[in-house]
Write a protein that binds this ligand. Structure first.
Ligand SMILES: *[C@@H]1O[C@H](CO)[C@@H](O)[C@H](O)[C@H]1NC(C)=O
Ligand SMILES: *[C@@H]1O[C@H](CO)[C@@H](O)[C@H](O)[C@H]1NC(C)=O
Ligand SMILES: *[C@@H]1O[C@H](CO)[C@@H](O)[C@H](O)[C@H]1NC(C)=O
Ligand SMILES: *[C@@H]1O[C@H](CO)[C@@H](O)[C@H](O)[C@H]1NC(C)=O
Ligand SMILES: *[C@@H]1O[C@H](CO)[C@@H](O)[C@H](O)[C@H]1NC(C)=O
Ligand SMILES: *[C@@H]1O[C@H](CO)[C@@H](O)[C@H](O)[C@H]1NC(C)=O
Ligand SMILES: *[C@@H]1O[C@H](CO)[C@@H](O)[C@H](O)[C@H]1NC(C)=O
Ligand SMILES: *[C@@H]1O[C@H](CO)[C@@H](O)[C@H](O)[C@H]1NC(C)=O
Ligand SMILES: *[C@@H]1O[C@H](CO)[C@@H](O)[C@H](O)[C@H]1NC(C)=O
Ligand SMILES: *[C@@H]1O[C@H](CO)[C@@H](O)[C@H](O)[C@H]1NC(C)=O
Length: 881
């Protein structure tokens, strides 16, 4: 008994030593193997198969049925199957840029007692590798890895539950199996021998599996016991080359045929030849190789005891997928043709790039940090698009550019702990939604350093501390922090609009001009002021929330349920009967809600609505912004692929139509034009100053200024431009956010977006109201309107600037003030442009002047007294487009 135990112990020790002995880089995964049992060591190859636990997060383990057990060796007896989820993936650590021979093995073996053979897809990363349909198959591919991890994914296509038994990876040298492009999907690999033996590792150091092929009644076996020189043959084993076949009948050809699936597949193949017999002086072996009757190689004579691989790399096709390869003896040959081995591959182009690797690493870190257990968070996060991870939004440029992760929505995900540092790794993130969790701790300042991040929703958590100043000050950022009861403000930082900031500013500015003596007094006062204020703050925490939070809360008041189904959208628009217009993101239709309320339904086109999560985040924001000069969202539809925004209907169309006279036959008079621009300016002013944090419209132009039944101007399309693909991501210089002609040249140059970019665009709109001329007109002396007006002003040709159809019916002081204002809005330096608040005030003065005129009095004579200050330099280059 004791001896028996010692024996077992020794055995275990040997087993243990053996475990670590897989040659470096080789990966052998026994899917469904239990971690409780020791890893399995295959007798023939000596490979150790380890459990797949840790390589895949999902699936269940199974065993093939008893009656099949006798026919398969051990690693095939267990398997992992995936009853849940559409895509389930193995994630393997590999080295980037390495050529691997990848084998996936499937034995159905009625493991589920249902007798339904396999029918599911196999993906390599984001690309379809093959469809598994045989009860018993090996899928093999030679593929160069693009990152440090390789995803092998099984995809349920609705026909059967995916499963897998064995996964093997063998690194190959770069020089082996060079494909012109793409990866090489295995078709077959045979050596011509009647031994019936399969040759693989360790005879084949790459662990290719060479199956014997022999046609008993038509072929004659030729073998040698001598060594065959295998240099330059991609390490094809001796045993493979030491056998070959010739046709039994000397006058016949040597034939091999196979079928292609699908029949149109392109393939290429390698033939291995070595003369195994010493030929007599009067003997020759020479032959041609034909494929379906066409000579593709030859005349050729094998070299004695030396391999000579013939690699046919031009992609071949066979009519109807039926291939017949023949070795045809030439006339001078005395011996029949000889072939030793052959392998064939189909060329697979894997065009879809994987998601940007740092983003993948980043999202995995986030997943780890929050121990997120999501069934569809497997494989590539962004591609293929149909398997986009829940909660993510990605930016897709083209198939050969890695997609980027641009939005992350982990709302209502039960997150606890701090806002994780791991989020920093997602450097392309534009929208981050972490609302309705149990997050605690402070809001980290690193969020402000994430360059692309423009929307942060942290509401309904238990965050504490204060909102970092850098976040509050970040231009264009939208931050939502309401319903975090313990979140408070640091000195001054939260109060954007309150009385404290200006007062504090004053107390700092005053000492600069005061005498040294008064400075000491003032500093004392300032300290006292700050101390008192802090106290006040501290007591405030228990009381009502600080003004910043309140403002934000008010705006984030719970939206009504304004979500519509797609069928409601169809009913609403009477099956998309009346088209109102076509925008950058889709077509706009007319519709009715509740039978009477007219609406405009913007159906987002599939090509543009790629950022689904961004759409959602945007909807939530739009539902909460209210101002009389901003179009309000009535609701939205979010059903599968169908995304729609439903706005209030503006019965009088847009400003551009009115200016062009397309809509009505009357001309908008100067007073009406002023009223419209004032209202538009008020809408913009609200976006800039009434929203906290401020919003930048980014696409101010007459087509986005709508007119309601009372001819009131309503600004449309705000916000959307920021989160949709038109978005000028800082590193994408080809994508221009905004409309040519209206685009702020400084923003265009620096990618630095501020509210002043809207001021610039507004200045262009104002010039259009004054001149009623196209923004860009190549036939003009100066194509761009701003340059043209500038030129006219320097020439002193003031009258030609005005819209002639106004017939001089305006208060000239009013007009010239407007020209001056427009030009100041167009100052090349954004810092020197006025704010929208200033613009609203100035325009109201213009309107007052116009109204003071009364009737149709013309005071053209006063124009000489107006001193137009030119702030627009002619050195500014016009828009490139
Ligand atoms: C096992 O293999 C043998 C020989 O290849 C075959 O006859 C038999 O049907 C197989 N058994 C099962 C259960 O597939
Ligand atoms: C894969 O690599 C990562 C990082 O290097 C490591 O944390 C992980 O444990 C590795 N996984 C396996 C299965 O080796
Ligand atoms: C595969 O297995 C299924 C279920 O056991 C069986 O119905 C089918 O005939 C098998 N297919 C082949 C090609 O053996
Ligand atoms: C060899 O093939 C030729 C041509 O196909 C045929 O005429 C001849 O009978 C064959 N010989 C034998 C021994 O089968
Ligand atoms: C080749 O030479 C050998 C003698 O060396 C002879 O027996 C044989 O018949 C010859 N074969 C041919 C095809 O001439
Ligand atoms: C073999 O190929 C050569 C050159 O391609 C050709 O001239 C010759 O006729 C071919 N011989 C046979 C038997 O096909
Ligand atoms: C993940 O969730 C599933 C159910 O949704 C559960 O069965 C599984 O145990 C969870 N895994 C982890 C690691 O929590
Ligand atoms: C908040 O999250 C909980 C679960 O964590 C969920 O039940 C609830 O519906 C969520 N509330 C909202 C408003 O999304
Ligand atoms: C969470 O953040 C707080 C500061 O906000 C820090 O003191 C604490 O150590 C953090 N906890 C974890 C688990 O990171
Ligand atoms: C929220 O955090 C505070 C500490 O900052 C803690 O006292 C309180 O219990 C937390 N509330 C919840 C609901 O977790």
């Amino acid at each position: 008994m004791e001896r028996y135990c010692v024996l077992i112990a020794t055995f275990m020790l040997i087993l243990h030593l053996v475990q670590a002995q897989n040659p470096t880089g080789l990966i052998n995964v026994g899917c469904g193997l239990s971690t409780r049992e020791p890893p399995y060591r295959a007798p023939g190859t000596g490979f150790t198969y380890t459990s797949d636990t840790g390589l895949v997060n999902s699936g269940e383990t199974g065993k093939i049925a008893r009656e099949f057990e006798a026919n398969y060796s051990r690693p095939f007896l267990t398997l992992r199957y995936f009853p849940e989820g559409v895509r389930n993936c193995y994630s393997l650590n590999v080295s980037r840029g390495t050529k691997y021979l990848i084998k996936a093995k499937f034995v159905y073996g009625n493991y589920n007692d249902q007798n339904i053979g396999p029918d599911f897809d196999l993906y390599l990363g984001p690309n379809l590798w093959t469809t598994v349909t045989k009860n018993d198959s090996i899928q093999e591919i030679i593929h160069v890895t693009r990152s440090d991890s390789l995803q092998v994914c099984l995809v349920n296509t609705g026909n059967s539950i995916p499963f897998i038994n064995v996964l093997e990876l063998r690194p190959l040298p770069k020089s082996a199996y060079v494909a012109q492009s793409g990866s090489l999907k295995f078709l077959f690999r045979r050596y011509l021998s009647n031994s019936g033996r399969t040759i693989r590792y360790p005879d084949d150091i790459y662990d290719r599996e060479w199956h014997a092929l022999f046609l008993e009644n038509t072929w004659a076996q030729v073998t040698t016991t001598l060594n065959v020189d295998v240099t330059n043959s991609d390490e094809v084993p001796q045993d493979v080359l030491a056998a070959g076949a010739t046709p039994l009948n000397d006058t016949e050809t040597l034939k091999i045929n196979w079928d292609l699936e699908p029949p149109t597949s392109k393939f290429h193949f390698n033939m291995y030849f070595a003369e195994l017999q010493t030929l007599k002086a009067n003997e020759t072996r020479e032959f041609n190789v034909t494929l379906n009757g066409k000579i593709i190689y030859g005349p050729y004579s094998p070299v004695l005891l030396k391999t000579d691989p013939v690699l046919k790399r031009e992609p071949f096709e066979c009519a109807d997928g039926a291939c017949l390869l023949e070795l045809v003896k030439t006339s001078k040959s005395t011996l029949p043709p000889l072939l030793n081995a052959i392998e064939a591959f189909t060329v697979m182009d894997f065009p879809q790039m994987e998601t940007f690797e740092d983003d993948v690493i980043g999202i995995k870190k986030v997943q780890d940090a929050y121990v997120l257990n999501r069934t569809n968070w497997q494989g590539d996060p962004c591609v293929p698009k149909q398997f986009l991870w829940d909660g993510l939004g990605c930016k897709y440029s083209d198939i050969s550019t890695p997609p980027l992760i641009t939005s992350l929505d982990l709302s209502s995900s039960g997150l606890s702990g701090n806002i994780s540092q791991a989020l920093q790794n997602l450097m392309h993130l534009e929208v981050l939604v972490l609302s309705n969790n149990s997050l605690t701790g402070e809001i980290p300042a690193f969020l402000a350093d994430m360059k692309s991040l423009m929307v942060i929703v942290l509401s309904d958590n238990n965050l504490s501390g204060s909102v970092p100043r850098s976040l509050i000050e970040k231009k264009g950022l939208m931050l939502h922090v309401n319903n975090n009861p313990h979140l408070s403000c640091t000195t001054g930082s939260c109060v954007n609009e309150g009385e404290n900031v200006p007062r504090k500013k004053k107390s700092i500015i005053v000492p600069v001009v005061a005498s040294i003596a008064t400075i000491a007094v003032l500093i004392g006062a300032l300290v006292l002021f700050l101390v008192l204020r802090k106290k006040k703050k501290a007591s405030k925490v228990k009381g009502p929330q600080p003004s910043y939070m309140q403002a934000s809360d008010a705006r984030l008041s719970q939206p009504k349920n304004r979500r519509f189904t797609y069928s409601e959208v169809i009913t609403m628009t009477n099956n998309f009967q009346r088209v109102l217009g076509k925008g950058g993101f889709g077509i706009v239709y007319h519709g009715f809600v509740n039978g009477t309320e007219q609406v405009a339904v913007k159906l987002l086109s599939h090509s543009s609505s790629q950022g689904y999560k961004e759409f959602k985040a945007e909807v939530e924001l739009l539902l909460r912004v209210h101002h009389k000069n901003l179009v309000s969202l009535v609701g939205y539809c979010d059903e599968g692929d169908n995304l729609a925004l439903i706005y209030e209907y503006m019965s009088n169309g847009d400003l551009k139509e009115h200016m062009s006279g397309k809509r009505n036959h009357f001309i908008l008079n100067w007073g009406t034009r002023l009223k419209i621009v004032i209202e538009s300016a008020q809408g913009l002013e609200y976006l800039h100053n009434g929203c906290k944090p401020p919003m930048v419209h980014r696409d101010v132009k007459p087509t986005n200024i709508l007119l309601n039944e009372h001819f009131e101007a309503i600004l449309a399309d705000f916000g959307l431009s920021r989160s949709f693909p038109i978005d000028g991501d800082t590193h994408v210089s080809t994508v221009v956010a905004g409309t040519p002609g209206y685009l702020d040249p400084e923003y265009y140059r620096t990618n630095w977006l501020t509210e002043k970019s809207d001021v610039y665009s507004f200045g262009i709109v104002l010039l259009e109201m004054i001149t009623n001329r196209p923004v860009i007109d190549q036939s003009r002396e100066k194509p761009h309107i701003a340059e043209w007006v500038g030129l006219m002003l320097t020439k002193g040709d003031i009258k030609s600037i005005m819209d002639p159809s106004l017939n001089g019916d305006y208060h000239s002081g009013s007009v010239w003030k407007a020209v001056e204002l427009a030009m100041s809005c167009l100052h090349p330096s954004s810092a020197r442009r006025p704010t929208m608040s200033h613009v609203v005030i100035a325009l109201n003065e213009c309107l007052a002047a116009e109204n003071s005129r009364g009737g149709a009095s013309r005071d053209m004579d006063s124009k000489s007294s107006i001193d137009v200050s030119l702030t627009y330099g002619t050195e500014v280059t016009p828009m490139a487009r």
